[in-house]
Design a protein around this ligand. Structure first.
Ligand code: NAG
Ligand code: NAG
Ligand code: NAG
Ligand code: NAG
Ligand code: NAG
Ligand code: NAG
Ligand code: NAG
Ligand code: NAG
Ligand code: NAG
Ligand code: NAG
Ligand code: NAG
Ligand code: NAG
Length: 521
């Protein structure tokens, strides 16, 4: 018995000494003191990490790193910032330097790092999981490199992250659901990568999130309902993916939204009838290229901060409501829907835009709009550059009515039921570059004044009832690349001037007329 107790004591003291040694060594480690073997946490660790980082950089850009040499302390190296007291690296910033190489896993050892900014270089290969060992980073910007592989799930351990920018790389695979742990993150961008899978529902837990940019990827699945909880979300950008399902109504309740871009996906659903009331600050609203149906909500009337409204290429029906209050609107794209009822008054909403002095683009083509182009269009601000009413059922005389729009560069009124002549005044639209009014019921002659349109690059007057001869003044249109006058009742000689145009080599169609003369080219 005595013997066994003694034995125990010996064992215990050995054990205690053993523990003390461990604690002793751990303290050394914590303080970062050199102990011969590499120690995690010391400033030598940062030194090592930087040397390893540099060692991965290849090519002529190495000269950028010239200052990274032993003649000065690493805290003075280009792009390196250290804390004043502890002399540990807090920031590594090497932007737009064409640096090429892989990212060293040693980066994960710079445990005081708060900012890593390497955007606009040519770093390739994957982001090392070791990055998840960092506890302090707030900013991680790897935008516009050539980084591939998957987004490291261990990033979720960097719980202080506020900015995560990885756009413009070749990241593949799925977005790790674990990133839903980044509760402080405000700005998250994976735009322009090759990501697959769906937006993780866990993103509904990113309660600080203000900007989510996932555009130009291959994301599928649905938009998680949980995103409707992100009350501070201002930018939701997922254009050009393959996302489907119903757009969650709860997201229309996000009152801080400034921009929504869900264009070019496969999203269904309708627009919330309270749209503007629930999103009072929305400036950019784009849902083009989806399968959204129903009507444009009347409440859009109140969205007075809107500068861009792109609802085109959907399945919207009904009348367009008043846009009178949208006096900041620059781009209005409603084309390729089933809007309008094919009758007079369909374009009444045009008149609600007369006080707008910012509008540049008005696209309402490929719809069911009927009736005449309203007279008020002559009171539009002359700022308008692009007007397309293509493929509707619009009747009456268009050109009398657009007289004030002297800055127009594009006028596309093809495939309607317009009648009357092309007025002499067309010559006032001297900025016109593309003039398409084919497939209507226009009559009369082509006015000489068309020769005033010296910026014209393309003109299509085909499939009308135009008569008389081709004006020789066309010879002044020195920038013309394409012209079609086919299927009219044009007659007389083909003016030689029309064929001396230096660039008119791409497309010329005069067939189905009564023209005479010889084409020498
Ligand atoms: C590490 O820190 C110690 C004391 O703070 C300092 O004497 C030493 O020069 C530092 N080493 C490097 C490589 O910065
Ligand atoms: C080391 O860096 C300093 C500071 O940029 C520079 O003046 C010096 O020429 C560099 N030395 C070498 C050997 O490159
Ligand atoms: C730093 O990180 C690398 C790779 O992740 C590791 O091999 C190394 O031992 C670490 N420690 C030090 C002190 O450099
Ligand atoms: C990334 O590249 C895009 C497209 O070239 C450019 O618009 C953007 O400003 C770049 N961003 C950064 C941070 O370099
Ligand atoms: C990634 O995180 C896991 C879980 O925290 C950990 O076990 C693993 O060691 C980490 N990987 C690296 C390379 O740090
Ligand atoms: C969101 O966070 C809560 C609380 O931490 C957790 O219970 C829930 O599972 C998380 N949701 C997702 C989708 O990760
Ligand atoms: C949302 O933004 C407000 C104002 O910037 C801020 O006070 C609040 O803390 C934010 N909410 C979250 C969950 O981050
Ligand atoms: C939107 O918010 C209102 C009140 O804040 C709430 O009653 C309504 O249920 C919410 N709608 C959705 C779809 O979440
Ligand atoms: C516009 O907003 C006001 C105030 O919020 C509201 O009373 C009105 O009904 C809204 N108008 C439309 C057309 O939604
Ligand atoms: C345009 O402004 C005039 C003068 O301020 C005003 O009388 C008219 O009602 C406004 N029209 C529209 C459609 O906003
Ligand atoms: C155009 O504006 C003028 C002056 O503001 C006004 O008298 C005229 O009625 C308007 N014309 C149309 C067609 O709205
Ligand atoms: C042709 O352009 C001139 C200005 O260069 C302009 O004064 C004239 O009114 C235009 N002619 C026609 C017929 O529009």
């Amino acid at each position: 018995m005595e013997l066994s107790t003694k034995h125990m004591e010996v064992f215990n003291s050995f054990f205690l000494v053993y523990i003390e040694v461990i604690i002793f060594l751990s303290c050394f480690n914590l303080l970062g003191l050199a102990t011969g073997s590499p120690v995690v946490g010391g400033n030598d660790t940062d030194h090592q990490a930087l040397l390893q980082f540099k060692a991965k950089i290849t090519g002529y850009q190495l000269e950028v790193m010239e200052s990274w040499n032993s003649s000065i302390h690493f805290c003075q190296w280009r792009g390196v910032t250290c804390g004043r007291k502890h002399r540990r690296v807090t920031k590594l910033e090497l932007k737009h330097l064409k640096l090429s190489g892989s990212l060293s896993p040693y980066v994960g050892n710079m445990s005081f790092l708060r900012e890593l900014k390497l955007q606009g270089n040519r770093f390739y290969s994957k982001i090392p999981q070791e990055i998840g060992r960092l506890r302090r980073p707030q900013i991680l910007d790897l935008t516009n490199n050539s980084i591939s592989g998957e987004i490291p799930s261990n990033l979720s351990a960097c719980s202080k992250l506020i900015v995560v920018y990885m756009g413009g790389n070749q990241l593949a695979g799925e977005i790790p659901a674990l990133l839903g742990h980044l509760s402080q993150v405000k700005f998250l961008s994976f735009r322009n990568n090759d990501l697959r899978g769906s937006i993780p529902p866990s993103f509904g837990n990113l309660s600080s999130l203000e900007e989510l940019r996932l555009e130009f990827n291959g994301l599928t699945g649905i938009i998680p309902e949980a995103l409707g909880r992100l009350t501070n979300l201002s930018y939701f950008m997922v254009v050009e993916n393959a996302i489907s399902g119903i757009f969650p109504m709860a997201m229309f309740n996000l009152s801080n939204i400034i921009a929504i871009d869900i264009g070019a996906n496969k999203i269904q659903g309708t627009l919330h009838f309270d749209l503007a009331v629930t999103m009072p600050n929305v400036e950019f609203f784009s849902i083009w290229g989806n399968q959204i149906s129903g009507q444009i909500p009347i409440a859009v009337w109140n969205a007075s901060s809107l500068n861009t409204l792109q609802l085109n290429n959907n399945r919207l029906t009904g009348n367009v409501p008043s846009l009178e209050k949208l006096d900041k609107l620059i781009v209005l794209e409603l084309h390729a829907n089933a809007l309008g009822r094919g009758r007079e008054g369909d374009l009444k909403f045009f008149c609600t835009l007369v006080n707008n002095t910012k509008l540049l683009d008005l696209f309402v083509g490929v719809n069911n709009f009927g009736g005449a182009l309203p007279k008020c269009i002559s009171n539009f601000s002359s700022t308008l550059l692009h007007l397309s009413i293509y493929k509707n059922k619009i009747s009456g005389r268009i050109l009398d009515r657009i007289g004030n729009l002297i800055n127009l560069e594009l006028l596309d009124a093809s495939e309607n039921q317009l009648s009357g002549p092309i007025p002499f005044d067309i010559g006032r639209h001297q900025k016109l570059q593309r003039f398409y009014i084919d497939r209507n019921f226009l009559s009369g002659t082509i006015p000489d004044s068309i020769g005033n349109l010296t910026m014209l690059t393309a003109v299509n007057l085909a499939f009308n009832n135009l008569q008389g001869s081709i004006p020789s003044s066309l010879g002044h249109c020195q920038n013309l690349l394409a012209m079609s006058l086919s299927h009219n009742n044009l007659s007389g000689p083909i003016p030689p001037q029309a064929f001396e145009l230096p660039f008119l080599s791409i497309f010329l169609d005069l067939k189905s007329n009564y023209l005479t003369g010889v084409l020498e080219q």
